[in-house]
Structure formats: structure tokens, C-alpha cells
Design a protein around this ligand. Structure first.
Ligand code: ATP
Length: 136
């Protein structure tokens, strides 16, 4: 069975370390699959949902913040701002973050404030989307 070495590092530390059969990532230009033997690359990741299949063929999902993925020599390293499994997501916190960002986006803002709030809203929506998918 073909696999590749993978590590997902977030600001909180090592989120995942092991071997994967398949990986689907939210690349900036759309969802992208990564399989064993993938060509070398370094690309930016958007916030979004990452899906990965471990060597026991089990699929897992996580909400990630923006980051970067490197693939070289059948080894994948993902570095992201944040990463959470569905069971680690605090729904009330995500709902509060969404509401806060939406409220502030109604106000007059600098370009920087606007971008920060858009990013905060995107993180909250990603977390809520993962929780919704997990319930289905
Ligand atoms: P908030 O506005 O609620 O603080 P945020 O999007 O600003 O959210 P981040 O800066 O992305 O938060 O993450 C800070 C830390 O908090 C990270 O460890 C992240 O995994 C965690 N975190 C953020 N929101 C949640 C949530 N709803 N449930 C669980 N962990 C969360």
C-alpha cells in the first residue's frame, strides 16, 4: 500500500504526524488532491477543510487556517495558523466570532480592518461548515 509521510503543524504544536494514503487540501486556487509520489511543490493554503486518509484507510477532517504545504521526497509538511478536529470546535465561540465579524463589517473600516474581519469571518464559517458536515 502506497503512503507518504505527513505532518501538520499549527501554532499550537504538532496537529498530526503519521502516514497518509490521500490528502485533500484547500489550495488558494481550489481544492487539490495529494497522493503518494506527488511532484515537489510549495503552495499556499486558504482557510478551509482538509481531508486526509490514514494508513488504516480511515478518513479524517479538520478546519484549518491559512498556511502553506510543502511536498518533497514523498514527505508532506503543512504549516497552518490553526487546526481543529470537529470534536475540538466550540460551536458557541465560532458563532460569536461570526456575529462579531458580521457586526463590525457593517461599520466604516480601514482596508486593513476590513481584511482582518473578512479573515476572521472566513475562519468562523469554516469551523461551522465542518461541524455541519460532521453532523450529516
Ligand atoms: P476567535 O475570534 O473565537 O478567537 P479566531 O479565529 O480569532 O477565533 P484563531 O486566531 O484562528 O481564532 O485561533 C486561536 C486559537 O483558538 C487556535 O488554537 C484555534 O485552534 C483556537 N480556536 C479558535 N476558534 C475556535 C473554536 N471555535 N473552537 C475551538 N478552537 C478554536
Amino acid at each position: 500500500m502506497k503512503t507518504f509521510a505527513a505532518q501538520i503543524i499549527s501554532s499550537d504544536g504538532m496537529f498530526y504526524f503519521g502516514r497518509l494514503k490521500d490528502l485533500i487540501i484547500p489550495a488558494v486556487d481550489g481544492e487539490m488532491g495529494v497522493l503518494p509520489g506527488h511532484e515537489e511543490m510549495i503552495i499556499a493554503l486558504n482557510e478551509g477543510i482538509i481531508r486526509y486518509q490514514d494508513s488504516k484507510e480511515e478518513w479524517h477532517k479538520a478546519a484549518i487556517g491559512p498556511g502553506v504545504i510543502q511536498f518533497a521526497n514523498n514527505r508532506c509538511t503543512i504549516v497552518v495558523d490553526s487546526a481543529e478536529r470537529p470534536e475540538d470546535i466550540d460551536v458557541n465561540r465560532a458563532l460569536a466570532a461570526k456575529q462579531r465579524a458580521e457586526d463590525k463589517l457593517q461599520q466604516k473600516l480601514s482596508e486593513r480592518e476590513y481584511k482582518l474581519l473578512q479573515a476572521s469571518l472566513a475562519r468562523a464559517l469554516t469551523r461551522l461548515k465542518l461541524l455541519n458536515q460532521d453532523r450529516q
